[in-house]
Design a protein. Structure first.
Length: 119
């Protein structure tokens, strides 16, 4: 069973930047894609960004396009989310997820990391 461990969250002022990391601990890690989702109290978890693990193709929610960048380091089994020009509405718990194949959902999740953006 894979373990996904997120780090890098914190408190930042609007306009600032943070970089989230998600390290996968599994001896023979594999994935179709890795993604970042976020959730605020009372709302459903929403898609932020994803990356096809082998090809490196990236996808973004409209709300973060041009501000966030997802990347991965295959040798380290780690996916990153560089977040620039942060806004208060980006405040949420950010979760890293794994999609094992193209016909499945994101089924493996980390514990989440809190991102708080102050006005």
């Amino acid at each position: 069973q894979v373990q996904l461990v997120e780090s890098g969250g914190g408190l930042v002022q609007a306009g600032g930047s943070l970089r989230l990391s998600c390290a996968a601990s599994e001896r023979t890690f594999s994935a179709y894609s890795m993604g970042w989702y976020r959730q605020t109290p009372g709302k459903e978890r929403e898609f932020v960004a994803s990356i096809i693990w082998s090809a490196g193709s990236t996808f973004y929610a409209d709300s973060v396009k041009g501000r966030f960048t997802i990347s991965r380091d295959i040798a380290k089994n780690t996916v990153y989310l560089q977040m620039n020009s942060l806004k208060p509405e980006d405040t949420a718990i950010y979760y890293c997820g794994r999609q094992i194949s193209s016909w499945t959902r994101f089924d493996d999740w980390g514990q989440g990391t809190q991102v708080t953006v102050s006005p």
